[in-house]
Design a protein around this ligand. Sequence first.
Ligand code: ASP
Ligand code: MG
Length: 405
Amino acid sequence: MSRIVMKFGGTSVADIDRIRIVAARVKEETRAGNQVAVVVSAMSGTTDQLIKWATQASPLHDAREYDTVVSAGEQITAGLLAMALQDMGVSARSWLGWQVPFHTNNIHSSARIENIDTAQMIDRLEDNIVCVMAGFQGISSDNRITTLGRGGSDTSAVALAAALGADRCDIYTDVEGVYTTDPRIVPSARKLDKITYEEMLEMASLGAKILQTRSVAMAMNHGVRVQVLSSFTNTPGTLVVDEEEIVEKQVVSGIAYAKNEAKITLVGVENTPGIAGEIFGPLASGHVNVDMIVQNISEDGKKTDLTFTVPEGDVEKAVAILKASGHVKYAKLMADKEVVKISVIGVGMRSHAGVAARMFETLAEKGINIQVISTSEIKISVLIGAEYNELAVRALHTAFGLDSE
Ligand code: ASP
Ligand code: MG
């Protein structure tokens, strides 16, 4: 007998027929003798609609009332799934965040989980009652409903799995797992059987659409075995696991891309000590996240060019901050949104040299100019012109032997 958490995303519970399909899957797991807790999202489109209404009612809404509204979608699916299970002869009950309770801090709309009191739920699980929990929501110390940020029901599921000491956390979604790259760009992309937590975190541009990034970090910290799989097929998905569990390590496991980057270049900056702090300090105070940075000092050492990237949505803000901060002297400021960040990711890179060289050569062969480079232990990222996105991803996918036969 195992204790498992099953999480179903919005498309998996989009209508009553699909909720019945979900109920049938849950029933199978109980039939196999498992204790089952289910975490559900809102029916697809519901949360967007609720946010629209909240914004229409009050553009500068009270954050506490916003959470009261947007958390409502999950309440509906939790109740509906419990009913569908009961109709199939499975004992089940719904749990809202406050009923568990799922204690969070009081940062509304992006609350963090503080602790989960699972005593009551464990009693029910031991009586073989399926617990259907509304994802995405919790309760603050002020007794107000909170929500965990968009996509937060993944984090609810992983947190519940950790708190229950579950053997598995199966995240059902509308894709069959995690792929070596975006299959819409590379049709020969392969589904990975296993991926490490760290790689999954780095795969943000691919992975974040599948799992809320925070849920991956939480799974890693608590050693929760997560499986991503489709609720529409019966094929095994991708297991997100510890590095030790992966026997045959690929040097490169995946190629990710991020289109929402923008490049800012300051030309002819006075090269004096403290200058980087004067540039990046005000950006940080303005909550602009700087990602890649390169600096080039002129031959005489008096001037420097500085290039860095920021999220595309923050370019105007970043430029305004730089223009407003009077001390930084530069000749020219340029901003470019027509860039994309391409990353090759793999834990095998730790023990293999030559990945960067192969990446750069591959791009050079395609005539693609690299504008900025950054690296971490298991990732190499380059910034290139947005028009080369697909060409670069395809070429790198082939160069690193990731194409399926
Ligand atoms: N329903 C929420 C959202 O759409 C939470 C979730 O589905 O994970 O963001
Ligand atoms: Mg999701």
